[in-house]
Design a binder for this molecule. Sequence first.
Ligand code: C2O
Ligand code: CU
Ligand code: CU
Length: 482
Amino acid sequence: MKLKWGITLIVIALIILVGTYVYDLNRSNDMPTQSEFPTQSGIQVEESTNSSLPIPELLIDSNPDENISDYYLSAQNGISNFFEGKQTATLGYNGNYLGPVIKVSNGEEVRMHVDNELDAPTSVHWHGLVVPGSADGGPHQLIPTQSTWEPSFTIDQPASTLWFHPHVIGSTATQVYYGLAGMIIVEDENSKSLNLPDDYGINDIPLIIQDRSFNQEGDFVYVDNMMDGAFGEYILVNGAITPNLEVDQVKMRFRVLNGANARNFNLRLEDNNEFHQIASDGGLLESPINMESLFVTPGERAEIIIDFSDYSKGDVVRLLNDNELVMTFIVGEEVEDTTEMPDTLAVIEKMDESLATNVKTIVLDGMGHMVSLNGKQFDMNRIDDNVALGDIEIWEISTRGAMMMGSAGHPFHIHGTQFQVLSRNGNQPYSNEQGWKDTVYVRANETVRIIVKFEKEGLFMYHCHILEHEEAGMMGQLEVSE
Ligand code: C2O
Ligand code: CU
Ligand code: CU
């Protein structure tokens, strides 16, 4: 009898594995370009174009004291118009979809006031912010419906582009999909002194890139069946489908956030012109990096500068994900550009490997819903790891499993810290990841070594940032204590 059950289970598992494999093959073979899209929904892309890029509002600090800020956020239900004449039920912070940008400075004392006006519990996690566990906004800082969470902390890190999103067990992925996410900009003395483009909304622009699916009525369709996470057919930037942005003939700084649940983006300009990356997740790089394409995985950020001074009025410059349209820049007037892109952006002190007190192994295994971290599924009541405050550790993160299906990689993220990448399979990390990172992509059959310091006390999550993997248990928690 037992044997029979065993065999039945193995057969079921095989069917699921093969099914996923075939599904994945199909998907990668006919990755549609944007113009070929309307598959599931039947909505033509043309209906939704011509929208201009929404620029999220800067959240106003309601405290007149220069060194203390009070910020009010409210998670709420909304209605958005992604398609002409169609309404989509969405979620947003202080609005219908996504949220405002919160701009803070290193050393600033911040008090957050987060209202939950949703019908369900939520939390707000400050992704990339180096704050104590109690202010981190992970699954332990649940905000029940119709109540307020008020953490306060002091900004203690260099200029960078961070973000915030829910982190509730069981509904992180859907709450993000429906619209809960926003950007945080940290400034410091160095960044203010550099004369980089930093005029928010003018030459310093957030690009929150996501993918979403819709049905005929225009409602979101969250599909997380046997695929490796929830993928969408349409690309949204700041909540608009493949929008346009008019730019003067100057250097423009874009703060790119991969805000997708599961999809990687490989961004390039249609004409393959070069641009520069100036910052990774946790801050400015040592110097700008010349590139033709930028690969960003879920949760990662990159600040880039595109110089439009070589273009002429009326030029149309498309930003693509491989061959799929992301957004369009329409080049405008020739104006004076007083900004600069200096050769030296920041000093990044390399963390000393010999100071590490521990070498730890993280194994990311599986795909779809069958995932684990170090052989286990997340358990809110289990602390997987303990670290002494101030300790430096080396983590060796590798992927495994799903061998027969050539499993993809995992964007691995740690809360409450910024780390440095030491190597990939023994080789030098990519040039654009030699600065501060909080999320690092670990490809199939790859081992990525990082060095990390824990400088804040409390309970922190570490996990794969494919939100469906996180939900399925590819997450652990560590406690940092004296
Ligand atoms: Cu973007 Cu656990 O977070
Ligand atoms: Cu995080
Ligand atoms: Cu994963």
